[in-house]
Write a protein that binds this ligand. Structure first.
Ligand code: ME8
Length: 665
């Protein structure tokens, strides 16, 4: 019988800067699942790669004075070096500049055109030449100029191709609400409310304003929109519409696409629409995780990214703690849907508590006792006790529980489960007190049973952890005298697999304890230095410092301030105002009921990140109509201008414990 197949993908990353720990997040998680599935006997295809087209890359290459291809080649080499360093076992690496992908994307675009789903139309409106952007009347600034650079605009038309998405709206809504496609499912309602209910808009899928892209085969003035190019990678890499590979029938549909929340919409709406239009079966699951964040200036988590200058170098962390500790930390903190903060302290505490004190200690104590009391080889006489049963049943239950979590892409919970086994084993040592048994010649058979049960439990634990920590677990297995066959998947839910007279091999400490204070001090110095360097490298328009502040206004009386009724309100729903680039429409709960407010902050926030947040609203402002939508009040933000003249805007959010309707005074 043919093996069952399993196809898992990471996003393909933009090689617009060197990879950072954020990129490791998705990739390490996919690698672990791929390894786990291989261990279970699946024929796995694990795909990753790079998304190499687009204006940003074209500009960066021009700044560096090289061709875009030269530019991406260099960065792709760093990505591949990192993946090899992090032990990423991908089966295939796709580059969107690969010839076979280019050819296949052209065919996909043409097929969508031939089927009538892509049509030629035009963008028209006020155009800002320096910004290469179209604006609607309502988006222009108070002088009728470009809202970005405030220079005069001219009327212009530009032809473009559009993808008709509306025919698929009902099927996508059903996919999101009534199937197990989206994980976590809690995000489905917000996607449907924000993008499908207001009417799925046609998507502009070609550009004529830059050249670094895949030319539309039948109209080479246009290049294919980066997302159509990028999303297609999941099928072109298997050989869809090309002859470089021939695995499409075998592996498609994908079992898991894993992405972070910033690109959920593309994978939850546009990708299914493309597949539906092409009559291709849909992938089984889209697993969406949050961002790995760093502590920002305001104490809040900020997404780790190049432009924030808060990137942590995975090579440096790996050198200090070993790659497996980093892999462990990433997966132990990663929850589906939610963000997780990266901090040196959390990482070191985790390494110390779980790996050094928990697992490392369990292994070294058990091996040391087998060595001390039996010269390394256990005798075969046994004496069991009631207390063994509970311990053995906990260990026997680990594999099925971990299997289920891995199938649900819940790696944090999978690790928690395995480490409950570690704690149970350490508790078993306390309960059985082998050091006392070792002093009593008549209890040798009992001591042998205890140590055997411990070694057999470590075998199961290390076997289950192997996909998570592929470098260190073989060392653990070597120390406890387990063979590759002892940790075959089928043997991980069985006990008593090690030979009765197993021989241990005392070895190095697998996870040495870290001196937390000293290490944090050293790390912080390195990270600060890296951040300074990263910031110094950023081009001036990306710098996140040197704000220009508005002068303080004229003095007012307290009565004047009192006229302004500012209330706490919760965002119930939020969506883009159709045909406006700037405006978001909110439904708020202001403590008295629902209120609709329109705010010009679409440039700074996506609707989905605001739903559920508590904000401040001027509640007694006379209603106004913006872009045809009534606004009953104004949401309060903090604004400053960066050194580059760009506006920096942050919504003022308040703690969730403050009731809606509370008045600001
Ligand atoms: O969006 N925390 O590429 P990209 C967690 N090319 N994950 C992070 C992260 C962070 N701080 N930073 C990056 C693109 N990631 C497109 C994708 S797919 C058809 C095209 C991870 O280089 C995360 O998975 O900006 C996120 O979704 C992905 O990198 C985006 O990488």
């Amino acid at each position: 019988m043919d093996k069952k197949t399993f196809y898992i993908t990471t996003p393909i990353y933009y090689p617009s800067g060197n990879p950072h720990i954020g990129h490791c997040y998705t990739t390490v998680a996919c690698d672990t699942i791929a390894r786990y599935k291989r261990m279970q006997g699946y024929d796995v295809m694990f795909l990753t790669g790079t998304d190499e087209h687009g204006l940003k890359i074209e500009q960066k290459a021009a700044e560096a004075g090289i061709t875009p291809k030269q530019y991406v080649d260099e960065i792709v080499a760093t990505f591949k070096k990192l993946w090899s360093y992090m032990n990423i076992s991908y089966d295939r690496y796709i580059r969107t500049t690969d010839d076979y992908h280019v050819e296949a994307v052209q065919k996909i675009f043409k097929a969508l055109y031939d089927k009538g789903y892509i049509y030629k139309g035009e963008y028209s409106g006020k155009y800002c030449t320096p910004c290469e952007s179209f604006w609607t009347e309502s988006q222009l600034d108070e002088n009728g100029c470009c809202p970005e650079c405030h220079r005069p605009v001219t009327f212009a038309r530009e032809e473009a191709y559009f993808f008709k998405m509306s025919p698929f709206a009902d099927r996508i809504e059903d996919l999101l609400l009534n199937t197990d496609y989206l994980r976590p499912k809690t995000r489905a309602v917000e996607l449907v409310n924000n993008f499908i209910k207001p009417g799925l808009e046609d998507l502009c899928v070609s550009r004529t304003t830059f050249k670094w892209g895949i030319p539309v085969s039948f109209d080479d003035k246009h290049v294919v929109y980066v997302w159509i190019d990028a999303l297609s990678n999941y099928i072109t890499a298997l050989g869809y519409e090309n002859s470089a590979h021939a695995d499409f029938e075998k592996y498609w549909p994908a079992d898991v696409h894993m992405v972070a929340k910033d690109i959920m919409r593309f994978h939850a709406i546009i990708w299914p629409a493309m597949l539906m239009a092409l009559d291709i079966p849909l992938p089984k699951h889209l697993a969406v995780h949050g961002w790995i964040t760093m502590q920002g200036k305001n104490g809040e988590g900020e997404k780790m990214s190049k432009s924030l200058g808060n990137v942590v170098d995975p090579f440096m962390l790996g050198e200090r703690y070993g790659v497996d500790s980093i892999r462990y930390h990433i997966m132990r903190e990663m929850a589906l849907g939610a963000d997780s903060m990266f901090s040196n302290e959390i990482m070191i505490n985790r390494i110390n508590s779980d790996l050094a004190n928990g697992l490392g200690n369990l292994v070294s104590r058990t091996v040391a006792m087998a060595d001390k009391y039996f010269g390394g080889t256990l005798p075969t006489e046994r004496e069991s006790a009631d207390i063994d049963e509970d311990f053995r049943s906990v260990i026997a239950g680990l594999a099925p529980a971990v299997d289920a979590f891995v199938d649900e892409t819940k790696l944090k919970q999978a690790l928690e489960t395995i480490f409950e086994g570690v704690s149970r084993a350490n508790k078993y040592i306390d309960e059985t007190e082998p050091w006392k048994l070792g002093k009593d010649e008549s209890r040798r058979a009992r001591l042998a049973s205890v140590l055997y049960n411990l070694l057999d439990a470590i075998r199961v634990i290390a076997g289950l952890l192997s996909p998570f920590m592929p470098t260190t677990m073989p060392k653990v297995l070597e120390q406890i005298g387990a063979t590759a066959d002892d940790v075959r998947y089928e043997n991980l839910s069985r006990l008593g697999v090690l030979p009765e007279n197993v021989t241990v091999h005392k070895g190095e400490m697998i996870f040495p304890r870290i001196d937390t204070e000293k290490e944090i001090e050293e790390l912080n110095t390195i990270i600060l230095k890296n951040m300074e360097e990263a910031k110094a490298k950023l081009s001036s328009e990306e710098k996140n410092e040197d704000v220009t502040l508005e002068p303080i206004g004229d003095t007012i009386k307290i009565d004047d301030f009192d006229k302004c009724d500012i209330r706490v309100a919760k965002v119930i729903s939020c969506e883009k105002v159709p045909k406006s680039k700037k405006l978001l429409k909110f439904i708020l709960n202001d403590g008295f009921g629902e209120r609709q407010v329109v705010s010009g902050i679409a440039k700074f926030y996506t609707p989905e990140e605001l739903v559920g947040k508590k904000i401040l609203v001027i509640a007694n402002l006379a209603p106004a109509t913006l872009a045809g939508v009534e606004s009953q009040g104004m949401i309060i933000s903090a604004v400053a201008k960066g050194a580059d003249g760009e506006e920096k805007l942050n919504l003022i959010m308040v703690d969730d414990s403050i009731p809606c309707g509370s008045k600001l005074c």
